[in-house]
Design a protein around this ligand. Sequence first.
Ligand code: C2E
Ligand code: MG
Length: 752
Amino acid sequence: MSTNEHPAGVDYKTIVEAVPAIVFVAGTGPDAPWPYVSDWIGPILGFTVEEWTGNDLWARQLHPDDRAAVTAAEAEMVRAALAAPQAQTQRGAFRLDYRMLHRDGHVVWIRDNSVLQRGADGTLFWHGVMMDITAEKASEHQLERRSAAQAAVASLGERALGGTPIDELLADACRQAAEVLGVDTCTANQLGDDGLTLALRADHGWTDEEEMRGEILLAPTSPGYRAIVTGRPVLVRDWATETELDASLPLVQAQIRSSITVRIEGPTRPWGVFGALSREPDSFNEDDVNFVVAIANVLAEAIERQDAEDAMQHLALHDVLTGLPNRSLFADRLEQALERVRRHPGTLAAILFIDVDHFKHVNDSFGHQTGDELLIGVATRLREAVRPTDTVARFGGDEFGLLLEEISSERVAIATAERIAASFARPFMLDSGSQFVTASIGIALADGHQESGALVRDADAAMYRAKQRGRARYDVFDEDLRMRAIARGRTENELRRALDGQELRLVYQPIVDLRDEHVVAVEALVRWDHPQRGVIPPAEFIQIAEESGMIERVGQWVLDEALRDASRWERMRPDHPPIRVAVNVSVQQLLNGRFSDNVSDAIRTAGVEPQTLSLELDESVLRDEAEQIRGALRLLKRVGVRLAVHDFGTGDSSLRQLAALPIDTIKVERGFVAALGTEDAAGPIAHAVIGTGVALGLEVIGLGAETLDQVVELRKLGCHGAQGFVFSEPLSAERIDELLATGGHLRRTVAP
Ligand code: C2E
Ligand code: MG
């Protein structure tokens, strides 16, 4: 303390000058000069006492954003004081925090505590203290920012968990981060597949100028590159003085002065970067960096989850082998396409149902690996044959579907089918060598009146007809096929009823021993007594039964019924060798793993010897190298039944295959028998087939013998038996009873 000037010994001036705040006496109103200000005006606002006193710098140095409010508050106080002239002072009248500008331009937070006092002449003056509370404000602000940051991260996390789409979430993150950080701009950039570029995916406050929104190349000196490579956040306090990193051109153009760049992780590699940008230098501190990292983490988690969901979705809707859409995605796209066709009358959509010809053969001969390779190759050719907007799907197995949208006419669909056929003209290069395959294609057109399921069925039916007409071709669904499809659906329903309503019955066609022409066997042939349509032959419904899965029930019924009759015939003639009964079996029945058990159960129930039963199979079972079929045949052989192939020679099965399987009998097909003794080209084949069967020690039976000459010829060639109208048409069980009761002879070419 220096000298005491005051009588009470208190040196006010010294005290005032020692307070680390601006102590002042000021006039009222913004233009009023200040009579007194303490030395601290220098350290706090950068002005000298001389500059400040007698001047109106106060109002001028108020922060522009606060000026209006502060001067209005001051004016209000003065107005109130003038209205109450009797009061000497208004203590504690003015207490306000506001911002001022330091002489060098930086912001200083001031806490202003002052009172109005009348001077000797009655003029009002402010007496007060202005304290620098910048540091206090900053930490207060910091706390606010921190809690705002926490809230933002939490709310973003919640939105992410709620399944918000990624793009929406990214935009949200940019907006929230910019708000919390108090900057104009935040961006989310995705790393390109090549790992060399960044593309803007979402932003808040970034410019709309197109060239500023384009992809940017990731320079090794860019903050994006640094963040992606190191995984550490990159904080640039001032781009003007930055020496290690270079700002990208858009950053320069946007006059960015400080920035934070952090990596957003992806499921398998970095997804991209999140950036906070400010036009002010030094806008960010460590807290802000942590906040941006937290935002990026939430985004990374959401991206990863979305990715997993996408993968699941993809898996559910695509074929694993070829990557093509599967049947259900195809159905979905078809549904949408039909919707569009309906909205735009006159346009068409087309469905192509594509089936690879003889695919099974490739699969069986060269193995599944080759089959898979071929399917992938087919998928590629199909994709190449259509526009990118068309859908190519794999329905399963060797079946593919194609959806052509917005086509003008049937011609376009046909041209596409032709293009596909042409693309199949080149061989497929597989590991096992090059492979030529063809495809059968069915086309159905949609003008908006059809229902999607029916369209696929129509295309399938057209494909089926293309196959029947010789494969390696296309066919278009038409009225004829429609009628057939309808008839088919009806037959299917009625067959269901027939099974329950005892409309099925069996007839038996005798098979004679060619030595003496007595009946050694009968073949059970199913008939359907339709209440309206009369007798329906098996050719008209067996295939439908096969395709609708009803064949197993039909087959079981035939088996039980035929064995019941067989056991009766056996009991009728205890002193004769039993009459064999041949029962026709579809491949589908063979494929049921329980088939041999069912057969053995039926035999046991009927109480007949297993050799009494002969199962007649299609030649296709020989060609089929599927282990399942071979296994089924072996099991049947173990049960003890006889096995016959009843159309041998019509397909392309080889002798080797015939010899390799446990077959007892071959029945020479009707066409060959008819060719015997004629000029028909099938004649020599018939000779060969019969000769082969005999040579292999198989029983050989000629089917469909209609003339005596044919019978003689069959016998000459060494055939053991014959079946045909020349001996007998198929007969009812009762007629067989009578035939057997009278000795069972059907002599035609031999003497009694
Ligand atoms: P499949 O096994 O080759 O039966 C012989 C067919 O030739 C029978 O026709 C028979 O009536 C006919 N046929 C016999 N001799 C002559 C002849 O001298 N001239 C002519 N023109 N035809 C003759 P169906 O009964 O119409 O049977 C046709 C096919 O239906 C059978 O051919 C068989 O593959 C199938 N089928 C019949 N019943 C069943 C069955 O219960 N189950 C299964 N899965 N298929 C059956
Ligand atoms: Mg048969």
